[in-house]
Write a protein that binds this ligand. Sequence first.
Ligand code: ATP
Length: 514
Amino acid sequence: MATQEETFKNIVSHCKEYGFVFPSSEIYDGLGAVYDYGQNGVELKNNIKQYWWNAMTKLHENIVGIDAAIFMHPTTWKASGHVDAFNDPLIDNRDSKKRYRADVLIEDQMAKYDEKIDKEVMKARKRFGESFDETLYRQTNPRVLEHQQKRDALHERYQKAMNANDLVELKQIILDEGIVCPISGTRNWTDVRQFNLMFSTEMGSTADGTMKIYLRPETAQGIFVNFLNVQKTGRMKIPFGIAQIGKAFRNEIVARQFIFRMREFEQMEMQFFVRPGEELRWFEYWKQFRLRWHKALGLGDEKYRFHDHDKLAHYANAATDIEFLMPFGFKEVEGIHSRTNFDLSQHAKYSGKKIEYFDPELNQSYTPFVIETSIGVDRMFLSVMCSAYKEEQLEGGDSRVVLQLPPVLAPVKACVMPLVKKDGLPEKAREVMDLLRLDFNIQYDEKDSIGKRYRRQDAIGTPFCITIDHDTLNDNCVTVRYRDTMKQDRVNIDQLHEMIRQQVDMTVLLRKLL
Ligand code: ATP
């Protein structure tokens, strides 16, 4: 049995080998935490985006989309707080010359205490068997209590230091906890410094006429600055939402775990504008709706959980993450935030423009409150990949790698294969292709044995393989082989289109969310 770490490594190499994800500019040895999507990756990614876009805009008549520019007026980022506060605390180890996020080092240390506690509990469960009372054990066992006490003390000290932005204290915590660099094994740390995550560049051509601008670190601000444009031109009535999909850029200090943390990535964000006082009701609605959106894909309900924030940003009055069980643990895939009227008020203040909504029912004007749902396309892609990737042992000692992707997301829906490259079978196969290819992404493959062709399609997650043989010329039937069960059926060519549609049609999935 492969460990989770090995499985993850295998998923990363599979993504490369089968044209899903390549390291960026690989011929020059790549660029840290930047990736390119290949021929299959782009299809899967587009399908994820389409599922999100349709679920937001088609299922909600009061949500419309926009596509704002990546470059925005620099004052945007002053107003949003990113210039002053979009920082991570970084620390270097002088011996290994490796750079770390101080907060991550401390959080990892807390996780170590949790692991120790879990180990004690696991050992006790084995020892006591049926009669084991976990709650009582956690409350009374001296070793567990000692770890718990250390963890709680660390948590409190850490929270205080983070809230106060106390970098000296963060370093002191690292020293006091005896945290060592995983590479050099030493405690030879530099001071902790703040590091702004925004990339900047210059706009304009003359030396004194240039303006420092930023590559947006989130797509949300493009929505806020267009609030009035969309509300007025679309005659939108509150509550209503604006959705957007687009690239965002963050100069992440530690970029690891493949496409989980990238420096250039893509977000799908929706800002929902509501009456002040109604935001928590809508927050609850969006929490539930977004979770249903994830679960409808069938990746496994047990792989999701909410993680409510106990530490809220100063402008937020509720926030939660939807976490997904990756091979490296439960990790944030999406954030849902109740952001009050912070962003619109800030833009009103910095631009000097009035950004308000006149509510005809209340006969009054106000700055709307906002619920945001924000999901990373790439993290969603990774969660789909991780749950789909299976290494299967087959009867007769054979094995296969299969991507059990939800058929609606699969890059290729069906592969059409003539059994042999002669006797009119390729021509018949082309006819079958023509019946299907305008509605579905279809591949044609006539090379190698049928078995090898099946494996190639399994590896990219194609739900159907359609084989044309000599009998097809007489009975108009083909052999359909299903990816997951590997079972085969004889199907009339006239029924193929409907059979595929039922499995891959996005409207079927969207209907589940109604
Ligand atoms: P994290 O705590 O993991 O850095 P975050 O809380 O900063 O994430 P948000 O600012 O809430 O993330 O961004 C919303 C979503 O954008 C995240 O849930 C995630 O899916 C995605 N995202 C954020 N940063 C990255 C990144 N560097 N690479 C890929 N996706 C990202």
